[in-house]
Design a protein around this ligand. Sequence first.
Ligand SMILES: Nc1ncnc2c1ncn2[C@@H]1O[C@H](COP(=O)(O)OP(=O)(O)OP(=O)(O)O)[C@@H](O)[C@H]1O
Length: 250
Amino acid sequence: MAQPVLELHQLTKRFRGPAAIGPVSLTVSRGEAVALLGPSGAGKSTLLRLALGLLRPDAGEVRFLGAPIGPGDHAARRRIGYVVQGGGLFPHLTAAANTTLVARHLGWAAERVRARLAELAALARLPADALERHPGALSSGQAQRVSLIRALMLDPELLVLDEPLGALDPITRAGLQEDLRAAFRALSKTVVLVTHDLAEAAFLADRLVLLRDGRVVQAGTLEDLARHPADPFVARFVGAHRALVLPEVR
Ligand SMILES: Nc1ncnc2c1ncn2[C@@H]1O[C@H](COP(=O)(O)OP(=O)(O)OP(=O)(O)O)[C@@H](O)[C@H]1O
């Protein structure tokens, strides 16, 4: 079996009231793409934040590349690229400055920064002129491409995306899905992404992990979930993603 990049062991997290997460255990192997799915409030974003070491679990452990990770572990965090919900770009910086901020802070030579940015802009299919603009002057799709470039800049071991395509129109979304999948494959990245969309999850990920009330209800391929639902909730979740049905033409 491939080396685990991310291991979540019996994680629980409680804010107020019932546990928001847990217990949840999940292992993501090198080169694997995993999609976290589930209805609103199921705990997808909380699980991501625990996995990133941004939140401390009440119990259990997160291991990244075999070592425990927690809040304040900046060296490990730099090896994880994170595309936050909404992109999270700094509005006062150009797209280029946004994507290269950390690399420049780390003292990368200007030529190395320029070459890496050119490589990733080509991969993410972002036009050169967009790099010179501020986020306010980018389309939502372009802004998501910039967020992806920023997350990939340091060539992270793990790429984590929280609803990366949430607010896009269907055509832009389909284009970005294609480009994201191509990028994951070209770079052989280990990926964890959150989405509400079952078709998107199946398109982008090898394994789907369906959450409800902070627990994993079922993990597997789309076919596993559709043909062998672990419980009625899984069947309802899959059934709710109905295909387009055209009305009869009279
Ligand atoms: N900082 C917080 N303080 C209190 N409760 C929180 C906090 N963050 C999340 N929760 C609660 O934890 C549960 C899981 O929330 P979470 O945002 O992880 O769900 P989600 O599956 O990502 O939802 P969505 O799809 O709407 O983004 C919810 O009941 C939410 O209200």
